[in-house]
Design a protein around this ligand. Structure first.
Ligand SMILES: *[C@@H]1O[C@H](CO)[C@@H](O)[C@H](O)[C@H]1NC(C)=O
Ligand SMILES: *[C@@H]1O[C@H](CO)[C@@H](O)[C@H](O)[C@H]1NC(C)=O
Ligand SMILES: *[C@@H]1O[C@H](CO)[C@@H](O)[C@H](O)[C@H]1NC(C)=O
Length: 344
């Protein structure tokens, strides 16, 4: 995140863990610019060179740019290739930056009969604010351009692209209304002092990534990122005032679900709400916190469940053995069994 309150995303890497139908084999494909990959059509490995990113903004938004703002197109932000991300810069509170990202040609490296078992995205952000920043992302539902077209008529705050004769507007300016409602991604980006670099690995919904592959990738619309620190600041202020229920609501609106879990356990006496949230988010940190709560509350089945979720297999096993919860242990382990992947 830059001096003016913008985060920047760059060097994104998508890792797709694939299962191939009809065989028990699993494989991992990593899409990263400059990485050499064997095409499924056969032949020599080629350098992957199809990561597309574009920042849309409300910078200088006005009639002269068709209310499309200034767009930072793919490759235009050399030498560091960072893209803006953020809302309410201290220099211009009305200014917003969002970044679109997709991995074109993913279908060229993944067999048509592959089943995506898991997918993750690694992005390096720059956040040299002193505050953590909430980042939200979504799967897009329509195509967008990443290269130039007629000035201020192609991709930007107002338009998703230029169809050859006319601008194609987003459903609403800013593109957020063209997010899929099926999956909402959000995470809290820590700050990193003067240097600012923070790498994050984000789990992506496998079914949504699978949809990037058929028909030569015709529905590979990628992701949209936005960030805001206002909602989080509001939530923290409420918590500091001791207004814990309001703070929990604000953290929830900000997408910081781990903080909602913390408040439910420590302040609101709402453990069931915490259980429901962690079962949904599968957050390792929150699952660890919840397992400690369960142990204190002598809910050993819950402790086993959340320790397993947090990857603490040995401790979960010991507690299950000691407290007659081996059925719970076996049921959860069986339900989460996956084929063992190998890497290409
Ligand atoms: C990647 O693609 C861009 C645009 O097509 C091209 O300018 C660049 O030379 C390519 N890089 C490599 C290593 O092929
Ligand atoms: C994602 O967020 C949108 C807008 O806030 C909401 O309508 C939708 O139900 C959410 N989807 C999920 C899966 O939570
Ligand atoms: C995908 O592209 C190839 C090569 O251009 C073409 O032969 C094939 O018909 C296309 N498949 C689909 C499902 O569009």
């Amino acid at each position: 995140m830059a001096r003016n309150g913008r985060a920047a995303a760059f060097a994104p890497i998508a890792v797709l863990l694939l299962g191939l139908a009809c065989t028990a084999a699993a494989a991992t494909v990593t899409l990263q610019t400059g990485r050499s990959l064997p095409p499924i059509s056969g032949g020599m490995p080629v350098l992957y060179n199809a990561t597309r990113d574009t920042a849309i903004t409300t910078q200088y938004i006005d009639a002269w740019n068709n209310m499309n703002g200034i767009t930072y197109l793919w490759g235009s932000t050399a030498p560091d290739f960072t893209y803006g991300l953020g809302e309410a810069s201290p220099y211009n509170p009305a200014e917003k930056f969002r970044t679109l990202l997709r991995f074109d040609d993913a279908h060229s490296y993944v067999p048509a009969d592959a089943v995506v078992q898991s997918a993750e995205l690694t992005v390096t952000f720059i956040n040299y604010n002193f505050d953590p920043v909430l980042v939200q992302a979504c799967f897009m539902t329509r195509p967008w351009a990443y290269q130039g077209g007629p000035s201020y008529k192609t991709v930007g705050w107002a338009f998703s692209g230029w169809d050859g004769s006319a601008s194609v507007p987003w459903t609403q300016p800013g593109a957020w209304a063209d997010c899929s409602p099926n999956v909402n991604i959000s995470f809290v980006l820590p700050s990193n002092g003067a240097y600012g670099y923070v790498s994050q690995t984000i789990a992506l919904d496998p079914a949504s990534v699978q949809a990037w592959l058929p028909s030569n990738g015709s529905a590979n619309y990628g992701l949209l990122f936005r960030s805001s620190k206002l909602q989080l600041q509001f939530a923290k202020a409420k918590e500091a005032e001791g207004r814990h229920a309001e703070a929990a609501t604000a953290y929830e609106a900000a997408g910081d679900m781990d903080s909602v879990v913390r408040l439910c356990l420590e302040r609101l006496n709402q453990p069931q709400r915490a259980y429901a949230i962690v079962r949904k988010t599968q957050s390792v940190d929150a699952a660890n916190q919840l397992s400690r709560y369960c142990l204190q509350a002598q809910d050993f089945g819950g402790a086993v469940e959340f320790l397993l979720m947090a990857g603490q297999m040995d401790q979960a096993f010991d507690i299950a053995m000691g407290h007659n919860e081996m059925d719970t242990f076996a049921r959860i382990v069986a339900a989460s069994a996956k084929p063992i992947p190998f890497s290409l």
